[in-house]
Design a protein around this ligand. Sequence first.
Ligand code: C2O
Length: 533
Amino acid sequence: AAIKKYQFDIQVKNVSRLCHAKPIVTVNGMFPGPTVYIREGDRVLINVTNHAKYNMSIHWHGLKQFRNGWADGPAYITQCPIKTGHSYVYDFNVTGQRGTLWWHAHISWLRATVYGAIVIMPKQGTPFPFPQPHQETNIILGEWWNNDVEELVKQGNKLGLPPNASDAHTINGKPGPLFPCYEKHTYAMEVEQGKTYLLRIINAALNDELFFAIAGHNMMVVEVDAVYTKPFSTNAILIAPGQTTNVLVQATQAPGRYFMAARPFMDALLPIDNKTATAILQYKGVPTTVLPILPQLPVPDDTDFALSYNAKLRSLNSPQFPANVPLKVDRHLFYTIGLGINPCPTCINGTQLIASLNNISFEMPQIGLLQAHFFNIKGVFRTDFPDKPLTPFNYTGAPLTANLAANIGTRVSKITYNSTVELVLQDTNLLTVESHPFHLHGYNFFVVGTGIGNFDPKEDPAKFNLVDPPERNTVGVPTGGWTAIRFRANNPGVWFMHCHLELHTSWGLKTAFVVEDGKGADQTRNVKEHFPF
Ligand code: C2O
């Protein structure tokens, strides 16, 4: 194992896309930011120095940070933000994980431009459990706004409405040839005929689940969220914000130029799409004057594709990489996901859109929950988050209008150390049904079941997959449906859980789990060095 050191300078840089130039917040002036290369077992030290006018914090999405929540990164959950002119060293060990993850700003909407890949190679001498690729490349999907995103968020808050949607999707920061001024802003990947390539695909978009496909080429899915899967071949993938997917692509077509494309899956919204990002799979030697071929993507509201694609995802569950699914459950949690409307005296219309879990909309504290927990600072959060909704109703049927307004509070759940937890996330029709990608910090979980309509506690558990369910850190709760996840609470700390649609996170669709092992040993290192202020 080695020690890997990185310097992340948060700095503003002028960047132009779609013929619009604007200053954006970056790491080291790069957009997307630098890739963090690690080998399983390494210790990583990343010194983040903030030269921008915004408060900053960085999250290492999907890294478990075992007993090391101080390096997890979500602002006001595990740390106070890094102020302008200040630095903070994220110090963590990467054990028991290998694959593709990513890092992003975890404060306000700054992750719109502050993100990059994390590539964890297996231990020296340990091959991938799939054919060795000739080469590999990162494919990071994102969104681009022509206007300043933080300004749009401020305007949205005043109106109590969503900020304007993005103007384009991007592949490795570039929208591609379907947009103006694309010449310098098209990503191309060169391939040699007959060779196999590993694509590490990351959805860094703020608010869109995306379909991704490559014209003429099937993809072999081999890993999601840095966990190996049973390989399967598909002509398109579905990837939610926060998720990663590794695929193998064989360059076996006639030498030519083929588009890769990403566009939103939006089954609950008006399926209008004018934001498709494209990049080019370029066979070596083919002149760039040859017109590329566009792939067939599922239509924006193709729910059937989404359901059948997710059903194909299975853990590899080999002797070397067993799926240790908790078979017994110590604690059953049932959280409803609701969108609603609350009064808002400071908003122009007097109301604002809001989002809640069990009808509680999470209010951000003034200091990190982890500090408050560790130093026993009272009055920062409450541990009475309800295990189930206080008023059960027909979740996906007629909305319970009394629940349209949510309670506001910094309320979390205490989980017994090393107990097994089953959490059912249930979408509701309070304002409208919608798909929600849920992310849990500090853990992977097993997605043991999912379905459309209301979860049935009598019938549905009998159908759970407890053998080889996918193991992930982010899962899409289907539109008007539910998802059941299981995990063992063996990582002490304070761990954030939230919808990875930035819009919904900022509306309060989040909570946290407090896990302590009774020894006060929530982390192994000296605490004082871990405060960025
Ligand atoms: Cu990728 Cu809490 O986030």
